[in-house]
Design a protein around this ligand. Structure first.
Ligand code: KIV
Ligand code: ZN
Length: 503
């Protein structure tokens, strides 16, 4: 079996996708989860991009132990210095330098000749190598670059010290056949290629990011760059869970394996979705709500007789919680901890406490607490208990043909704030009351509500996106069996994030 390295760029390329920005705490939490997932390399950010990016790459470098931590850098000294400063304290640091090599990018974006690009690669890879041993070089827009010139770019990069050469299909234009041919061509024409990893980075503009990555592996690539849930620029990157499960499920065909703990896949996907507020499409392969659901009678009959009739993977293998009735109002902390461990969540006593408090509150309202309910409580613990403002109480008077009013009480430290407002509906009235009491002018950008589990007493998860007066957007999430309460909690959570980031 050939070992394929998984280079996760959720926190860099993924974070560049609209609506997916994360704050420092969230990035560290996600990085820790990626380490549990078993990725080989975490691309933690683009250190030169902003002081916040620099800070978060540095924090992640200090927070993870087993993974290599990379920072992106253009082929310029300032970028490379910033990248090195951010990753140098990591156990395994990497600098990832890139320069575009396609004619269109060189002419219109870089305004550089081929000779200038070749010289810059040699100089800047050598400079990065003088700081760090582990150097990745990416030829941006490689798949649209002239092959012989591209091979020379990689030859120069390897001669200057690159240990990984990355072949990005930056605009998602390539086909699997072409990607495979390109990797074979580079293997035959780049000097020194046998001593380095060949990586691919496939965007999904034509929906072929995963297929292109797999075709590249067949042709000899040894590293794949991907993101959780496939997030990334425009249509996103190759999805980590799809690449990994394709290799795992069809190892007979690919003869390749990764170091991923597949049982952490679902959890990683849920955590990312919970942090960003970007929902996972129900039909999304591997982690979508319908990925293991069988609707038609013929399928259900087949699966009952023998699961393999319609199931090529087992949902437990990717860590999907098994929704049998688990706990109820008489269950204690020990039972909750045991259930969490069986689901892959190992919480400290301090982390368990608020989850247990909310579990008890939920058990008062809901008879059967399922794996999905428990998972939602864990994912929401940091949202509900962190921040300056907490929802203390609310009374909503709503109906058709009457004014909709909302009275809200928020605690902020020792203070108890209150306000009442009239709105076009119960949520509009509640959000207005909160805005008035905090003296903020916040716009609601989007709002969604989903049931975490089935049944009349289902837990509802609300996600709101708010726009702060400075134009920045923040995502808040809230959870309750009462959908108005979950919506108000989500709004308050978004405001807390806004206030945190202003400090
Ligand atoms: O898509 C791309 O080309 C990139 C590079 C910086 C690797 O993200
Ligand atoms: Zn990219």
């Amino acid at each position: 079996m050939k070992r394929i390295k998984i280079f996760d760029t959720t926190l860099r390329d993924g974070e560049q996708s609209p609506g997916c920005s994360m704050n420092l705490k969230e990035k560290i939490e996600m990085a820790r989860q990626l380490e549990k997932l078993g990725v080989d390399i975490i691309e933690a950010g683009f250190a030169i991009a902003s002081p916040m990016d620099h800070k978060s790459v540095k924090a992640i470098a200090g927070a993870v132990e087993h993974c290599t931590v990379a920072s992106l850098a253009r082929c310029v000294k300032g970028d490379i210095d910033a990248a090195w400063d951010a990753v140098k304290d990591a156990k395994h640091p990497r600098i990832h330098v890139f320069l575009a090599t396609s004619d269109i990018h060189m002419k219109y974006k870089l305004q550089m000749s081929r000779e200038q690009v070749l010289t810059r690669i040699s100089e800047m890879v050598a400079y990065a190598k003088s700081l760090c041993n582990d150097i990745e070089f990416s030829a941006e827009d490689a798949s649209r670059s002239e092959h012989a010139f591209l091979a020379q770019c990689y030859t120069n990069a390897i001669a200057a010290g690159a240990t990984t050469i990355n072949v990005p299909d930056t605009v998602g234009y390539s086909t699997p056949q072409e990607m495979g041919d390109l990797i074979r061509y580079l293997k035959a024409n780049v000097k020194g290629v046998d001593s380095v990893d060949i990586s691919v980075h496939c965007h999904d503009d034509l929906g072929m990011g995963v297929s292109n990555s797999l075709a590249s592996i067949m042709a000899g690539a040894t590293q794949v760059e991907c993101t959780v849930n496939g997030i990334g620029e425009r249509a996103g990157n190759a999805s980590l869970e799809e690449v990994v499960m394709a290799l795992h499920t069809r190892r007979d065909f690919y003869q390749a394996e990764t170091g991923i703990n597949t049982r952490q896949i679902y959890r990683s996907s849920k955590l990312l979705s919970n942090i960003t507020g970007v929902a996972i499409a129900p039909s999304k392969a591997i982690v979508g709500a319908n990925a293991f659901a069988h609707e038609s009678g013929i399928h259900q009959h087949g699966v009952i007789a023998n699961a393999q009739t319609y199931e090529i993977m087992n949902s437990a293998e990717v860590g999907i919680p098994q929704n049998t009735m688990v706990l109820g109002k008489h269950s204690g902390k020990h039972a909750l901890r045991e259930k969490l461990i069986s689901m892959g969540y190992e919480l400290t006593d301090e982390e368990l406490e608020p989850v247990f408090v909310r579990f008890k509150k939920l058990a008062d309202k809901k008879k059967n607490i399922t794996g999905s309910d428990i998972e939602a409580l864990v994912l929401h613990r940091r949202n509900q208990y962190i921040g300056q403002c907490q929802l203390a109480s609310h009374v909503v008077n709503a109906g058709h043909g009457v004014p909709n009013t909302s009275y809200i009480q928020l605690s902020r430290g020792e203070e108890l704030l209150e306000n009442v407002a009239v709105g076009t509906g119960p949520l509009d009235a509640s959000f207005k009351a909160i805005n008035h009491m905090l003296g903020v002018d916040i716009k609601l950008d989007s709002f969604s509500l989903t049931a975490v589990t089935d049944g009349e007493d289902a837990v509802g998860e609300a996600v709101v996106k708010i726009i702060a007066p400075n134009g920045r957007s923040y995502t808040g999430t809230g959870l309750s069996t009462d959908i108005i309460e979950s919506s108000i909690r989500a709004y308050v959570n978004g405001i807390n994030k806004m206030m945190d980031s202003a400090e």
